[in-house]
Structure formats: structure tokens, C-alpha cells
Design a protein around this ligand. Structure first.
Ligand code: SOE
Length: 393
């Protein structure tokens, strides 16, 4: 029986901050036994990390992740660092039997993702639980969509239409960040937010993407450096020294699913006016669902089995106690926000450890997302797949 769950959070940026909030909040709103405890924050420099730990309410800090992940008094390693560090940290933690929660995308390439999946499967034999943080699965409205699809309410699925639109890189003078550096981020918009759409689509349909045809675009080739910049967007001095952008700004691709569905995907961080519009629509033989994170407490549902006079998309306010996760929070109609996804993710991860419920997506499922990301890049790089329009003017 698990009697203690002490967590080391690795990373002090946006996600480290978000996960620390989730570890603190989860046991206050959900019944978790034992209650997890964020015990240690690990970051890049001792002073900066100590300051972040004080701010996040974590009692201890360290700048040495190697020691942290092998400590006997740590049970869970929560990886919130840029992608290029995921494999090394996860493999070290799994080798000593820790439970591992790893931010998305799982890794920066397929080889690392598959090594992580193998290590996680081996560690699972001795009880270690691993999960990848595709947090949107924990949006109540998307979890309701999954319930409807699994209950057969959409019937056979034909179309998946996913768009993930942000705008924090619209200005050419938005500062450079690690998310624009291929060595650290693996890819750009594709891996950062396109990966969410890929995961959501495969999860909702229960079907793997088996082929893609893709285009990637980088609109702004360099960006001004802004020292000590964290967060998304903002603006830097246009005359500051510029760093080369080595990733994509936008991606578009079509996809085939194993069950025969056709997918159309678009992701960009330059869709002016769209702050975080993570959208997906799925059309089946018996109905459709449509979701937009900009209205995250709502799901649009069309039931084609109703008499035709009563058909049409209708809005479900996903705030009823019977809706996924919603009953733990506020009275119906009062709604949730982005941070709740991470709290729900923490709850599901802890219950996978304590109750043996499935930890999804596990590293194997997350490695399949990585294969799709790689296929998108391969397709986009293959000029022979691009058909010029004869005589275009
Ligand atoms: C930045 O594009 C970002 O913070 C992503 O990294 C997250 O995964 C997404 O949930 C919100 O946007």
C-alpha cells in the first residue's frame, strides 16, 4: 500500500509553476489517499530556484536534478523542463523505480520517446507509474466528448477537424524563447501545440494516425533577445541582438486514421486575435461534437438521430455535477479554467498510483504522438510531395 507520495518538480518555468499549483490544489478538492506533497523544486540555478520554491510554496529547492531523482524520500518525479531534457531525466528516475509524470511532447524525437516508453514498461513491472502531460484530456468538455464517442453517440467517425490557434508570436519583435530553438524544443508550433491536437484526436477517436501530408512554415526567421525573459509573447527592443528561429511557426496537414477517418489539422502561434483557441470537431455517422478552448466549459453536440426538425448543434454547459471532474468544484454554471486541467491530471496520476487505474496517456501512447510529429516533419521536407499549381499568377 502506498503510504507517502513526495514529489520532486523539475523545472521552474510556466509548467513548473502550474504543476506546483496542481499538486497543492488536487488533494484539497479531490479525495486522494495519501495526499501528494510537492516536497522539492529543482531548477537551473540555486538562488533562482530557491526564490521560485518560496513563491510556489515548496519547502526545499535544489539545482541538482540527478541527486533529486534518486533520493529515497522522493516518490514522484514531475518533469516540467524543455523537451531536450525529458529523456535523460525520465530514464534516470525510472531506473530507480520512481513514478514519472512528464510534460508534453514526451521527447524531441522518436528514438528518445521509444526509449522512454520501453523504460516505463520495464519499470511498470515493479509498480512504477508513468504518464505524459497532455493536459487537455482533462478538460471536462473534452472528457464528455470522449464519453459520448465511447458510448457510440457519434457512430462511425469520418472527419476530425483540429485547429490550435495562438497569437503570441504574431509580432516580429516578440522575444526569442527556448520554444523557438530546435535544439531545446525539438520543433516549434508543431510539437508545442500541434502535439495536443494530435493527442486529442487519437484519444477521442480511439484510432491512430497512420499517414500525413504536411506543410510547415517559418514566417519570422530571427527574433530579438530579451535576457531573463520567461512566459509567452510580449515585446523586446527591435534593435536588440537577434537569435535565429530554428523551428516552424505554423503547420498544416491532412491525416489518415487507422479506422478510415480523414483528419485536417492546423496549428499556429501567429493567428492574431486567437489567444488559445484549441479547437476540435469530430463528425460521425450519427452525430458530431465541436469544442473550442476559448469557451472551455461548453461542448457543442449534434445528434443526427433526433427527428430532423429537432436537429442542429446545441450547447452543453459542462458544469453539472455528473460531468467529468466538474462535481468536485463549484455549483453548476460557475465554470473552470486552464489550471483545472493540471489539477485533474494530478488527480488521475495519483489515483493510477494508489488505485491502479490506467495512467493515460502512458509513454507508449505519447510515443505514438511523437511518431506523428516526425511523419509531419518528414512529409513537409519532401518537396516531391508538393505539387506546384501550373500557371499560377
Ligand atoms: C505555449 O504555446 C503553451 O503554453 C503550450 O506549451 C501549452 O502546452 C499549451 O497548453 C498552452 O500554450
Amino acid at each position: 500500500m502506498t503510504t507517502r507520495l513526495r514529489v520532486a518538480i523539475i523545472g521552474t518555468g510556466f509548467m513548473g509553476r502550474m504543476h506546483s499549483h496542481a499538486w497543492r490544489t488536487a488533494p484539497r478538492f479531490f479525495s486522494l489517499s495519501p495526499a501528494p506533497e510537492a516536497a522539492l523544486l529543482v531548477g537551473g540555478g540555486p538562488e533562482r530556484t530557491a526564490a521560485a520554491a518560496a513563491e510556489f510554496g515548496i519547502p526545499e529547492s535544489s539545482a541538482d536534478w540527478r541527486t533529486a531523482v534518486t533520493r529515497d524520500d522522493i516518490d514522484i518525479v514531475d518533469i516540467c523542463t524543455p523537451g531536450h531534457t525529458h529523456a535523460e531525466i525520465a530514464l534516470a528516475a525510472l531506473a530507480v523505480g520512481k513514478h514519472v509524470l512528464c510534460e508534453k511532447p514526451l521527447a524531441n524525437d522518436v528514438a528518445d520517446a521509444e526509449r522512454m516508453a520501453e523504460a516505463a514498461a520495464a519499470a511498470a513491472a515493479s509498480g512504477a507509474v508513468s504518464m505524459c502531460g497532455f493536459s487537455y484530456r482533462r478538460t471536462p468538455a473534452l472528457a464528455l466528448a470522449k464519453r459520448l464517442i465511447d458510448d457510440g453517440r457519434l457512430g462511425r467517425i469520418r472527419h476530425v477537424r483540429a485547429q490550435y490557434l495562438q497569437d503570441w508570436l504574431t509580432s516580429p519583435d516578440a522575444p526569442f524563447t527556448w520554444r523557438l530553438d530546435r535544439a531545446r524544443a525539438g520543433s516549434g508550433t508543431l510539437g508545442d501545440i500541434g502535439a495536443h491536437s494530435i493527442d486529442t484526436a487519437q484519444w477521442l477517436t480511439g484510432s491512430a494516425i497512420t499517414g500525413v501530408s504536411a506543410t510547415l512554415r517559418t514566417f519570422v526567421e530571427s527574433r530579438p533577445r530579451l535576457d531573463a525573459h520567461i512566459g509567452l509573447g510580449g515585446s523586446a527592443d527591435a534593435d536588440a541582438p537577434r537569435e535565429k528561429v530554428t523551428v516552424d511557426d505554423a503547420v498544416a496537414f491532412t491525416a489518415s486514421f487507422a479506422d478510415g477517418a480523414l483528419g485536417v489539422f492546423e496549428a499556429t502561434r501567429m493567428a492574431a486575435g486567437h489567444r488559445n483557441a484549441n479547437r476540435i470537431e469530430i463528425n460521425g455517422e450519427l452525430g458530431s461534437v465541436a469544442f473550442d478552448f476559448s469557451a472551455m466549459n461548453e461542448l457543442q453536440f449534434h445528434d443526427a438521430q433526433l427527428p430532423s426538425e429537432e436537429q442542429g448543434f446545441r450547447r452543453i454547459d459542462v458544469t453539472e455535477p455528473g460531468h467529468p471532474y466538474a462535481g468536485a468544484w463549484w455549483p453548476a454554471g460557475h465554470g473552470l479554467g486552464y489550471e483545472h486541467l493540471f489539477t485533474h491530471q494530478t488527480v488521475d496520476f495519483v489515483r493510477a498510483i494508489t488505485d491502479g487505474t490506467p495512467a493515460r496517456p502512458d509513454f507508449d501512447e505519447a510515443a505514438q504522438v511523437q511518431r506523428v510529429l516526425a511523419a509531419v516533419e518528414t512529409s513537409a521536407a519532401d518537396a516531391s510531395r508538393y505539387t506546384p499549381v501550373e500557371g499560377a499568377r
